[in-house]
Design a protein around this ligand. Structure first.
Ligand SMILES: NC(=O)C1=CN([C@@H]2O[C@H](COP(=O)(O)OP(=O)(O)OC[C@H]3O[C@@H](n4cnc5c(N)ncnc54)[C@H](O)[C@@H]3O)[C@@H](O)[C@H]2O)C=CC1
Ligand SMILES: O=C(O)CCC(=O)C(=O)O
Length: 390
């Protein structure tokens, strides 16, 4: 029986992937083989020794101590693209909220509830509506920083709205580049993008290198009256610099999924409670993808969409499978094969891949009755984790 510990509200559609015969799933599991979570911050939580894998049902893994888990040979997954459409649609709402007097208009109307004469109300509104006028998106320029799963969908959407789109992504993957419309213009650097855009939307991961990338210096370069949207993470922007840029009129509005106390009471900040991925569809997509990836790893040792290990998939031969991870130094696989040879364990098929400092290996063997072979592999220098899958 495999045990899965869950955090946060995980869609039932994903949880149903774990069959009752093989899995025990719940939020109070004591010795889990794997963890399935959304935004729960794992940093600082005591991690049970039993954990083999962590799946983040979502894109950002800044709530998971990936480096620390890598050193223990624990595989960390995310679910790339599974909630991208949900975020894209909220960015559309953000663009409209940042352009038109929608929220202020609704707020104004809520102050008029004691007016009972309809004709008088309509007359007043016709007079006052000038206070809630805005701008159209059509023909304006949207800058997108980070052109991955979400950024590329936002680009397509903006082009369909008749906007011009400028992008900046120095780490764009080849796969993401293929997805991107040829109508997206490439900015030389982030400052060049900020200088020419009416709207800028941030879609980069929270990393040390992206921390406060939107700071006072960056905002000084911005086109006056720009609307900035942040549906990525709170750490990407310096909130005090945002306030200063709003006060100076550099920014017209800041629309974000990450409220901060310094934004309270400001009409020019439209902050939402981190609901970019909060749709039934996105929650299902993420939970199903996360569950499928955990099942494939636990039952077959195959890895897809890990953020720390390489993608590895090998069809099973009949018989047991040994999987092990090790520091990516030479000679480890050779020593493991010697242990198998010494114990007369015949290897039928094998695969070895590496990513950065980590190497991952799958060996299908003819038979292996002897539990002490796994223990012997564990003792080899640089081996981090070993598992026998029957
Ligand atoms: N508000 C919400 O509920 C949600 C927020 N997010 C956030 O959005 C982020 C992006 O999500 P996806 O598009 O799915 O991820 P992704 O990994 O597909 O795309 C991220 C892109 O950012 C680029 N990038 C990295 N560093 C950069 C830099 N310094 N400058 C410019 N580009 C850079 C990468 O090359 C990549 O193309 C996530 O990491 C997460 O923090 C994601 C989903 C939901
Ligand atoms: O699970 C959620 O609601 C948060 C989604 C998110 O921020 C992400 O996928 O990075």
């Amino acid at each position: 029986m495999y045990k899965i510990k869950t955090y946060n509200q995980i869609s039932v559609k994903g949880l149903e992937k774990f069959s009752r015969e093989k899995y025990e799933v719940g939020s109070d599991i004591a010795h889990p083989d794997a963890i399935l979570l959304r935004s729960h911050k794992l940093h600082g939580d005591p991690l049970p020794e039993s954990v083999l894998a962590v799946a983040r049902a979502g894109a950002g893994v800044n709530n998971v101590p990936v480096e620390e888990l890598s050193q223990k040979g624990i595989v960390v997954f995310n679910t790339p693209g599974a909630n991208a459409n949900a975020v894209k649609e909220l960015v559309l709402a953000g663009l409209l909220l940042g352009s038109r007097g929608i929220l202020r208009g609704v707020g104004y109307l809520s102050t008029l509830h004691d007016m009972t004469d309809a004709a008088e109300l309509h007359k007043l509104l016709e007079d006052q509506k000038k206070n809630f006028a805005g701008n159209e998106l059509y023909g304006k320029t949207l800058g997108i920083i980070g052109l991955g799963a979400i950024g590329s969908l936002v680009a397509d959407m903006a082009l369909a709205l008749g906007m011009k789109v400028v992008g900046f992504d120095p780490a764009l993957s080849i796969e993401a580049a293929w997805r991107l419309s040829s109508q997206v213009q490439k900015a030389e650097n982030m400052y060049a993008l900020l200088a020419r855009c009416d709207y800028v939307s941030l879609h980069v991961p929270a990393l040390p290198v992206t921390k406060h990338m939107i700071n006072a210096e960056a905002l000084n370069q911005a086109k006056k009256g720009m609307v900035l949207l942040n549906f990525a993470r709170e750490t990407i922007v310096d909130p005090n610099a945002i306030v200063e840029a709003l006060n100076q009129g550099k920014l017209k509005n800041y629309v974000c999924d990450f409220p901060e106390p310094v934004f309270y009471g400001r009409e020019d900040v439209l902050a939402l409670p981190h609901i970019g991925a909060s749709t039934a569809e996105a929650e299902e997509n993420c939970a199903i993808m996360g569950a499928d990836q955990l099942i494939e790893y636990l039952e077959n040792g195959n890895i897809k969409n890990s953020v720390n290990f390489p993608d590895v998939a090998m069809a099973r031969c009949e018989g047991p499978r040994i999987i092990f991870s090790n520091e990516n130094v030479s000679g480890v696989l050779g020593q493991v094969l010697s242990v198998l040879a010494d114990n007369k364990v015949n290897v039928l098929d094998m695969m070895n891949k590496s990513r950065g400092n980590l190497a991952y290996n799958i060996l299908d063997v003819e038979q292996m009755d002897n539990g002490h072979v796994v223990d012997a592999i564990k003792q080899i220098k640089h081996v981090m984790a070993v598992r026998l899958i029957k």
